[in-house]
Write a protein that binds this ligand. Structure first.
Ligand SMILES: [Fe+2]
Length: 304
């Protein structure tokens, strides 16, 4: 019904573009595809589309927009109609209008205050490997070298409202929720890909950006990512650790601007007929940091 395939890209603000590109290429290990004035376009090595991360030079840090990949032009049209029916004002953008390599984009502001782009037809640039008898990876990868984007974690005041919007209007499925003692949602995890989350919301200020997560293949890769942070003097925020919610494993650290990154692996498959899992407020520590059993204060209070 929805036509949304997965998380496509995030547009993140950085005050020092050169420093940010150096970090995302040499430490994180993303591939720089193109530079356009005050923006750089990067992707994980196994992503075929033009970009999954846009770095935009700006006076401060934070998130400009989050994008989702839509399966077809018809599906994008249907989603635009659903937004219209829901009373959400959206703008339409032709291929290449918003960014080099961009496809047809429907752009709107979600109830959480975040700018969301639904995109069909972003330019495909390939993964530097042939389609005939390829090796398992390209030569010359450096840093953490995640193959692809995994999920984004945002903050807003009314998690209930934005969760309802993502479910009812955009067709996301809720896999897990953390409920406050008063019954309100403190956090929700939503997916389109059958993983545990493509996007999650945590209670906080509207428009808040908690972290952007790239996928790595296993726990050993998280250890290597932590080694890479230590080698380059990158501030580790938490982990490698395990989440109770999603059962995934992650390592959190900060880019030079202060945006939180995560390397993530694990989790389970979620089918459309599966029932969501609920965590109570008293168990929020285990839901977020399963081993430690309690939240570190930074996780709830530091964001961009
Ligand atoms: Fe995460």
């Amino acid at each position: 019904m929805s036509g949304i395939l997965r998380l496509s890209h995030a547009d993140v603000r950085v005050p020092d573009l050169e420093l940010a590109v150096a970090y995302y290429v040499e430490v994180v290990g993303l591939i720089e595809v193109e530079r356009d004035g005050n923006r750089a376009f990067l992707k994980g090595w196994d992503e075929h589309q033009h970009h999954s991360l846009i770095l935009s030079k700006a006076p401060t840090y934070g998130l400009n927009a989050v994008g989702f990949k839509v399966v077809s032009a018809d599906a994008l049209e249907a989603l635009a109609l659903r937004l219209d029916d829901a009373g959400i004002a959206a703008t339409r953008h032709a291929p290449g209008e918003l960014a080099p390599g961009s496809g047809d984009i429907v752009r709107f502001r979600a109830p959480s205050g975040h700018t969301v782009e639904l995109e069909f037809g972003q330019v495909q640039v390939g993964n530097r490997m042939p389609k005939l008898n390829p090796p398992i990876g390209p030569d010359g990868l450096i840093g953490m070298a995640p193959p692809r984007l995994d999920h984004i974690f945002l903050m807003c005041e009314d998690v209930n409202a934005v969760t309802e919007f993502f479910r009812d209007v955009l067709g996301f499925r809720m896999t897990e929720q953390i409920l406050a003692d008063d019954g309100n949602q403190l956090a929700t995890f939503l997916e389109r890909t059958h993983t545990t989350h493509d996007i999650a919301f945590l209670t906080g200020p509207d428009g808040g950006f908690h972290h952007l997560a790239y996928w790595v293949d296993d726990w050993n890769e998280l250890r290597k990512a932590a080694d890479t942070c230590a080698y380059h003097g990158v501030t580790v925020d938490a982990g490698p650790t395990r989440h109770g919610a999603t059962r995934g494993c992650g390592l959190y650290f900060f880019d030079p601007a202060g945006n939180r990154n995560e390397m993530y692996t694990g989790g389970y498959w979620f089918d459309p007929d599966d029932e969501p899992t609920t965590w109570t407020e008293s168990e929020i520590g285990r839901a977020i940091f399963y081993y430690q059993g309690k939240l570190n204060q930074r996780f709830m209070t530091v964001h961009s």
